[in-house]
Design a protein around this ligand. Structure first.
Ligand code: HEM
Ligand code: FES
Length: 767
């Protein structure tokens, strides 16, 4: 075991507590280089925080733990983020000294409070309207590079495009003159090996030469820029800021930032783009889907960043004794937090190994880090990757990987992308040979996190079946006969019906992936979605659908279940009853409605759930006695309910003293539209990222957060689904959602940012 072993002297009667897998873990070769998420599956399953004797680091691999370490900068310092992971030899040290190499703190490895002061001082260049200035240049460069390739029929995309464009964009972004690309390219590889790799002692000297030259180059360019820092580049902006804030933006900082900035902006994006194209071309059906439906591009880029991100792992230093995932971590310990593994954690992402471009929570990935240090350039990177994908899917949809190639990676812990990516295509089939318009961009995308509303798949209506008075069942299938996604009891889909988007719970056979079934009540006073289904939809029609998603999850470990449905609320409840029966769990199902003729699924329920079923048609004088139903819930029992508001409110009141017992799903939102004349503006402090965000009277907290580049997932944006929940640290919330129970509202610990606001004063959120 290497020195630095935290267990030395520990009283361990069985000897060394390091498991065989932990002892064998080597991030510089073998499985981790091929696929870091797969290589650490054993760890996510069995030992999510382990000591790696070879690395001398604690390795953290589950989503929740990696996020916790990223966000808690008070306990886990980023100071070692750029430290050389392999100790430098004395010869290499001497070489670096020869070049006066003095790479110091930048942003990414600076502690608070200095870091946040600097981040705020330099943030402006990354705001969305500033980034918009770079978009025409990225598009033009991409088109020029593609023009050079398009008639060749074969290319190494890394060598011929994906490396150089992000480098040029990075230099433009910084304001550096475009010169000597090839040398810079060698320099930045050297920097990666120097920081995150394991060079041999001989290689170390060569690497140190290149790093030293890179350092000097960065200094020269900086001096040149200082003479006239009037341009739009980030460095020029930083030089101007230095005049106003000399103690915040120091000389040493500017020099380090110059060098680190090129690497941060360049290799990360080049690698991410190569990973994305490889992943899509290896999943041909997904590639074709994106070619056919380019509105999927923003979500596809995000899913690629999740599935095969270009930053696989990051580092932190424990400033005090603490615990991560229940494991004691001593003060001074170094942590390798593996975002590539977290991004494949099934505890956070459903079917995490699938490449699902419709995935609703894909932007939760940790490839950009999280919290105070979260990547400032993420929206520039997203913009580049979206433009690359839009150009390739339009101009070379028939492109494929050259078969049989082996992908090699620069051995290092953190930066990940193939050295080469060889593709081929038949130029005679290029769409632009048939139609010159195919050369022109079809779409540009709003900057920022992807808009989930766009990630909708096309489904065909296979059948429209009357189920009861005013209720029809829709059977949906894939137009090309492909399997539809798996779903779990309580899940719903969003149907995009003309101008309406409506949530419908799934109520068919969850095991049958060839079709999905929903039931739709014709709501005469509703907002139009149900009228669209009842009056216009017919078999053969194609509509767009998002999901399945589940915000009404059935916990499967309860001792007993009480299911309560009112009217059309039977749909998710039916799926739950089916699931419980399959699991062999004890349950009762109470189903209330106006008349039998208006109650869907009565025959099926009687057939499949007869023993557990209690039906209450009001016109027969049978009343659902809710107090009795709740009184009968046994110890360890859970209640799941869906139905009209008054039913759910009554249940909430009856279970107020047992807050963990009741789970409900609402179908209708109230009060989510904003009337600026009646709302107040307020400020939100973000504790993790140190920002203050102003929320005007006509904007939601969610939109105000997005405008400053803070990504909060959202889905319904109507206070129904719970996706936009954030933790509240301070301030009084005016809750307007349908997700939280009365007890949860009173606790004031969480809020839905899509609709809830501050009552008076501001709010402090854990973001
Ligand atoms: C920080 C990843 C592109 C500028 C980071 C961090 C990661 C990361 C993991 C550290 C986060 C943390 O500690 O929580 C990526 C990836 C990119 C990318 C995967 C491309 C796909 C860019 C670009 C730029 C950039 C294009 C500049 C234009 C920065 C800066 C920081 C940073 C300035 C430091 C932020 C701070 O510490 O406050 N990035 N990055 N990055 N990135 Fe990126
Ligand atoms: Fe659904 Fe806010 S996005 S509750």
């Amino acid at each position: 075991m290497s020195s630095g072993c935290p267990f030395t002297g520990a009283a361990s009667p069985t000897g060394c507590p390091v498991s065989a897998e932990a002892a064998a873990f080597d991030p510089f070769e073998g499985p981790y280089q091929v696929d870091p998420a797969e290589a650490l599956r054993w760890s996510r399953d069995r030992e999510p925080v382990f000591w790696s004797p070879r690395l001398g680091y604690w390795v953290v691999t589950r989503y929740a733990d990696v996020k916790q370490v990223f966000r808690d900068v008070e306990t886990f310092s980023p100071a070692i983020a750029l430290e050389k992971i392999t100790p430098v030899s004395p010869e290499a040290e001497a070489t670096l000294r020869k070049y006066d190499y003095a790479m110091n703190r930048t942003l990414v490895n600076e502690d608070e409070p200095a870091h946040m002061e600097r981040r705020r001082a330099l943030m402006k260049s990354f705001e969305l309207d500033e980034l918009a200035h770079h978009e025409p240049m990225v598009r033009r460069l991409t088109q020029e590079y593609l023009d050079r390739l398009v008639d060749k029929g074969e290319a190494d995309l890394v060598d011929e495009m994906l490396w150089e464009i992000p480098l040029t964009v990075a230099l433009h972004f910084l304001g550096v003159p475009e010169e000597d690309m090839d040398t810079l390219r060698q320099y930045s590889i050297a920097h990666t090996v120097n920081t995150w790799g394991r060079p041999s002692p001989a290689e170390q000297v060569a690497v140190a030469e290149a790093v030293g030259k890179f350092w000097q180059y960065a200094g020269k360019v900086l001096d040149k820029m200082r003479q006239n820092p009037s341009g739009h580049g980030w460095m020029e902006y930083a030089i101007r800021r230095q005049k106003e804030l000399p103690d915040v933006v120091t000389d040493s900082y500017l020099h380090s930032m110059m060098m680190a900035g090129i690497v941060a902006a360049h290799e990360t994006t080049a690698n991410a783009s190569a990973n994305m194209l490889r992943l899509l071309l290896e999943n041909r059906a997904v590639w074709e889907e994106v070619c056919a439906n380019p509105s999927l591009i923003p979500n596809t880029v995000e899913e690629a960043l999740r599935h095969a991100g270009s930053v696989a792992a990051w580092r932190r230093l424990a400033l005090k004794d603490t615990t991560v995932g229940g494991v004691a971590i001593p003060k001074g310990a170094k942590l390798l937090i593996v975002s590539a593994s977290a991004n494949h954690d099934e505890r956070h992402f459903e079917n995490p190994d699938d490449l699902d471009v419709y995935r609703a929570n894909t932007a939760d990935h940790l490839t950009f880090g999280y919290g105070a240090h979260q990547c400032m350039g993420k929206n520039l990177a997203r913009m580049e990757m979206r433009i690359f994908l839009e150009e390739f899917t339009r101009r070379l949809p028939h492109m494929e990987l050259v078969p049989g190639q082996t992908f090699t990676y620069l051995p290092n812990t953190s930066f990940r992308g193939p050295d080469h990516l060889r593709v081929r295509w038949d130029p005679a089939q290029n769409p632009e040979r048939r139609d010159a318009a195919a050369r022109e961009p079809r779409l540009s995308f709003p900057l920022g996190a992807p808009n989930k509303q766009d990630a909708a798949r096309v489904v065909r209506v296979a059948a429209v079946t009357p189920l009861a008075e005013g209720i029809v069942g829709l059977t949906l299938e894939d137009p090309r006969g492909r399997p539809l996604p798996r779903w779990s009891a309580g899940a719903h889909v969003d149907l995009l019906l003309g101008e309406y988007v409506r949530m419908y719970s799934l109520c068919g056979d969850a095991e049958d992936c060839s079709r999905l079934q929903v039931a739709v009540l014709h709501e005469r006073t509703g907002r139009g979605g149900s009228a669209y289904v009842h009056e216009r939809l017919k078999p053969g029609d194609e509509i767009r659908m998002r999901g399945p998603k589940n915000h009404f999850l059935l916990r499967e470990d309860a001792a007993h279940y009480t299911l309560v449905a009112g009217g059309i609320g039977i749909t998710p409840v039916l799926a739950m009853a089916d699931r419980l029966k399959r699991l062999g769990k004890p349950y009762v199902l109470h189903y209330a409605g106006r008349r039998r003729a208006t109650m869907a699924f009565l025959d099926r329920l009687a057939r499949d759930h007869g023993d557990a079923l209690h039906v209450y048609p009001a016109d027969e004088g049978r009343r659902l006695d809710l107090p009795a139903v709740i009184a009968a819930v046994p110890e360890g029992g859970q209640v799941y309910a869906c139905g009209p508001e008054r039913l759910l409110d009554a249940l909430a009141a009856l279970t107020a003293d047992r807050p963990d017992v009741l789970h409900v799903e609402h179908f209708t939102a109230t009060g989510t539209s904003l009337d600026p004349s009646r709302e107040i503006a307020f400020d939100v402090q973000l504790a993790d990222s140190g920002l203050t965000v102003h929320v005007p009277a006509d904007q939601t907290v969610l939109h105000a957060l997005r405008a400053v580049g803070v990504d909060v997932p959202s889905d319904c944006e109507e206070g129904l689904c719970g996706s936009c929940e954030v933790a509240v640290i301070d301030g009084e919330v005016d809750h307007r959602d349908k997700v939280l129970t009365a007890a949860e509202r009173a606790e004031n610990r969480r809020m839905m940012t899509c609709c809830s606001r501050a009552r008076a004063g501001g709010l402090t959120l854990a973001l």
